[in-house]
Design a protein around this ligand. Structure first.
Ligand SMILES: [Zn+2]
Length: 240
């Protein structure tokens, strides 16, 4: 907390009720002179980063239904819903926006959580010259986390299918021909389980290695799953 403007922002954000109207207006003037309005920082964060992006970045695993295990209470089944601009836990009632989430997660005050987000995502909101247009430099760490999250969903989805095929299409009689999906389950299961293990409990290095070298594989799986879904939709239509 060094610059005079930071101190003023701090005062305004942390205890706006303690300021008289004249003071508020004078702060507002200071900020406006620099292209800022009072709650610019929080709005800027909400504007730049969606709630799911922030939650994923700090380690929340969000499923397809936008639910995650709540980090604020003992939660075995996902009961925290991640909306685009806020979160709400149906288990413990925790709620908040992007900054609120980080404040809660790390036990920080709102302004410090905003600072953390700004630093982690490279938003530059607290730079001395904060009137300058803010550009997000792509944060490589964030890109990787995002990719890993998506890869995990894809791999889990494929693995669920493989298990299902292995069960449902197993030959019933000795002379049955192998169903192609059963064959696929035999061929792919080990490798996909291996990917799942890296994505869920691999070391940082293993995850990075996968991020750097496994993009094609994951993309192929994704495409394969999408194609299969198309085929299934088509066959359903045919059946009607
Ligand atoms: Zn909760």
């Amino acid at each position: 907390m060094t610059g005079i403007y930071e101190r003023k922002i701090y005062a305004v954000v942390c205890s706006p009720q303690s300021l008289g109207l004249a003071e508020k207006l004078s702060f507002q003037k200071i900020f406006q002179e620099r292209g800022m309005v009072l709650d610019n920082i929080f709005l800027e964060i909400k504007d730049r980063l969606s709630m799911p992006e922030v939650a994923r970045f700090y380690g929340l695993e969000i499923n397809r239904a936008c639910m995650a295990c709540c980090p604020f209470h003992e939660d075995r089944n996902p009961s925290l819903k991640v909306y685009d601009d806020h979160f709400y836990c149906f288990g413990c009632g925790s709620t908040g926006d992007q900054t609120g989430f980080v404040a809660k997660l790390f036990g920080l005050r709102q302004i410090d959580a905003a600072r953390k987000i700004s630093e982690d995502f490279g938003l530059g909101l607290f730079d001395r010259n904060f009137a300058a247009p803010i550009k997000i430099a792509p944060n490589p760490k964030y890109e990787m986390q995002k990719w890993l999250g998506e890869a995990r969903l894809t791999v889990n989805e494929y693995l669920t299918e493989l298990y299902k095929w292995h069960r449902d299409y197993a030959p019933r009689n000795q002379n049955d021909e192998f169903h192609p999906l059963f064959v696929e389950s035999l061929q792919k299961m080990d490798y996909i389980e291996y990917l799942r293990d890296i994505l869920t409990r691999g070391t940082e290095n293993e995850k990075r290695e996968l991020y750097e070298n496994g993009k094609d594989d994951i993309m192929k799986i994704r495409k394969h799953l999408d194609d299969l879904a198309d085929v299934q939709r088509f066959e359903k239509r045919k059946a009607i």
